[in-house]
Design a protein around this ligand. Structure first.
Ligand code: C2E
Ligand code: CA
Ligand code: CA
Length: 584
């Protein structure tokens, strides 16, 4: 013990720590090389009384020295000189041992520690098992953790993908989602049809009730559309009030029937809050592959069809090639028309109106346009383009200005009064300040209000433009007269006629055309004559082309006529000549 303390075996040299030889077969021994005596031996079951017995003989010492030199790869002198521990392996009592030996030159002692290999391995594997266990537990925990993170991440990605393919407001597929669907069908050459649905005058709802209410209406309406489109249909929202429906139907008749049914089913009242709304829609449809080979070309075709349907409202239109030609022509007309107003390229023609004696009592102003690129463009055509493209107000102003200027230069007298009729679009009347602008123009051109008649088509009143009534009444109160153009072609009821500020009915040309051949036309004209008489309205028959028609009309009691039989629309100079000829 004294020796051990003196050598500080356990504290100084880490390789001799107590736990390295804690097993029964392990040992720590000090032995003096000089005489081979054991000085200290820490091995179970061996005490100091046994030291003499296990003394090393010279022979054994030599053997052990040689073995140590061999295992250390150094000479004994070198080992002793550097004082480092030498590791060695030995075999004894049929056991394998690992040991470390250090020479302490101060006491001439070898300090040798031996440990049982089996024990070392057992300890090693026990330790290894603990670490492996720990490793597996940590790995399993990490695996579970990452698995969970992966799942959350995947769900998040799916959510993001869903969001990127769906519309927030309606929950329907959005444009990107629709493109995916269409690409799948196009790539697998599956025929399909695409219908674009657009709510009629939805902007009006937003303007009247605000954006929030408009959003609620859209959400409600899209639900209705989804429900009525059928299980198999893909319904997408393209933003705003435009929706797309993709179905496997690809026969034009099937598609058309489907769209009409859809229009009927979705046009019933929808309830939003306390308000009940009647929403109409227009549908344009195109079929793959007949009307386009790619997403964009199919959408374009469907858009062109929708564009056409929207012109009539509450209508279904399937794409045809002539729709495209028609559309391109309208675009061309719009472009050219913009440049035609400023330099006065639109001219006015006047078609006189005569009484039963053939005397000129008025004239209708009709716009004429001969364009360098397009040639003669009929007014029907450019007026409808102007209405659709926001040019109508400008065009209407132009027409009113020019015709009043022309009219003001004509000779009029109290004995031979003359009236000027000008066609007016409802878009002009709805324009704020319309009444003031008409009165200003009359004043400027020195034309009396009683000399002016404004012609409005019958269909205008039916679209329920209650806004225009006060304007009509204001103008009428100063003496301007209103004429209902193309009368008989719309569906205005008699009760409606009574409530409207109308001074004159203009029987549509289609009735005059068949007045001598078709009893129904005759009956119709007779009824209109009676209606005008009962309501105290003036009556004009337009489109009179033959004497026989004029005679028949006179016999029925009609007193005012307009038509090619009397005069074609002509420049103002010719009207002046006609007037002069009559006076002379
Ligand atoms: P509308 O107001 O019904 O004009 C009468 C149309 O019938 C004119 O065609 C006129 O030329 C034609 N017409 C008159 N008598 C006869 C006849 O005996 N036989 C035949 N076959 N046709 C006859 P136009 O000038 O081509 O005008 C067509 C339409 O264009 C007009 O129909 C009117 O709705 C619109 N329009 C013309 N000028 C203007 C305008 O300055 N402003 C507006 N808002 N619309 C206009
Ligand atoms: Ca007219
Ligand atoms: Ca007419």
């Amino acid at each position: 013990l004294v020796m051990t303390a003196g050598l500080e075996i356990e504290s100084d040299r880490g390789i001799f720590r107590k736990d390295h030889h804690s097993r029964a077969a392990d040992s720590l021994r000090l032995f003096r090389e000089r005489d081979g005596y054991i000085q200290y031996l820490d091995r179970e079951g061996v005490g100091p009384q046994d030291y003499a017995d296990i003394r090393r003989t010279e022979e054994q010492i030599r053997e052990e020295t040689a073995r140590l030199e061999e295992q250390a790869g150094r000479s004994m002198e070198a080992i002793k000189a550097d004082g480092d521990a030498v590791v060695f392996y030995s075999e004894r009592d049929s056991g394998n041992y690992m040991g470390a030996a250090v020479y302490d030159s101060r006491f001439e002692l070898w300090i040798i520690s031996e440990s049982d290999m089996a024990g070392i391995l057992r300890d090693f594997f026990k330790e290894l098992a603990t670490y492996l266990g720990l490793f597996f537990v940590v790995s399993a925990l990490l695996y579970l953790l990452f698995n969970r993170i992966d799942k959350v991440e995947k769900r998040r990605l799916e959510e993001l993908f869903h969001q990127s393919r769906h519309d927030d407001l309606t929950g329907l597929l959005n444009r990107a989602g629709l493109i995916d669907q269409i690409h799948t069908r196009i790539n697998s050459h599956q025929p399909f049809s695409m219908a674009l649905v657009d709510i009629d005058n939805f902007r009006g709802i937003n303007d009247r009730f605000g954006q929030d209410f408009g959003d609620r209406v859209l959400a409600e309406w899209s639900r209705c559309l989804r429900k009525n489109a059928g299980e198999e249909a893909v319904v997408a929202s393209l933003g705003g009030d435009e929706f797309a429906i993709v179905t496997h139907l690809c026969e034009p008749e099937q598609v058309s029937n489907y769209c009409w049914r859809l229009l009927g089913d979705t046009s019933h009242c929808i309830q939003t809050g306390a308000l009940e709304l009647q929403l109409g829609a227009s549908i344009g449809a195109a079929i793959f592959p007949e009307n386009g080979h790619s997403f964009s070309s199919i959408v374009r075709s469907a858009h062109l069809a929708l564009h056409k349907a929207k012109r009539n409202r509450n209508e279904v239109c399937l794409f045809r090639n002539d729709i495209e030609t028609g559309y391109l022509r309208r675009v061309h007309i719009e472009q050219r028309l913009r440049g035609a107003l400023e330099p006065n390229l639109i001219t006015m023609a006047y078609q006189t109106q005569v009484d039963a004696y053939g005397q000129v009592i008025g004239m209708e102003a009709l716009a004429r346009w001969h364009d360098n690129e397009l040639g003669y463009v009929p007014p029907n055509e450019f007026v409808s383009v102007a209405e659709a493209s926001g040019l109508m107000v400008q065009l209407g102003d132009y027409v009113l200005d020019h015709s009043l200027a022309d009219f003001s230069l004509l000779p009029r007298s109290e004995e031979a009064p003359l009236e000027l009729s000008v066609n007016i679009s409802v878009l002009q009347i709805m324009q704020p300040g319309f009444a003031e602008s008409v009165l200003d123009k009359l004043d400027y051109h020195q034309v009396a209000p009683s000399e002016l008649t404004l012609e409005i088509t019958e269909t205008l009143f039916m679209s329920g433009h209650t806004k225009i009534l006060p304007v009509l009444n204001q103008l009428r109160s100063v003496g301007i007269r209103f004429s209902m153009d193309d009368f008989g072609t719309g569906y205005s009821s008699l009760s409606l006629l009574r409530t409207l500020p109308i001074d004159e009915l203009k029987i549509d040309k289609s009735f005059i055309d068949h007045i001598n051949a078709d009893q129904q036309s005759r009956n119709m004209v007779e009824s209109i004559v009676a209606i005008a008489g009962n309501h105290g309205m003036e009556l004009v028959a337009e489109g009179v082309e033959h004497k026989s028609q004029a005679d028949a009309l006179i016999a029925m009691g009609c007193r005012r006529f307009q038509g090619f039989y009397f005069s074609r629309p002509v420049p103002i100079e010719r009207v002046r000549e006609q007037l002069a000829a009559y006076v002379s």
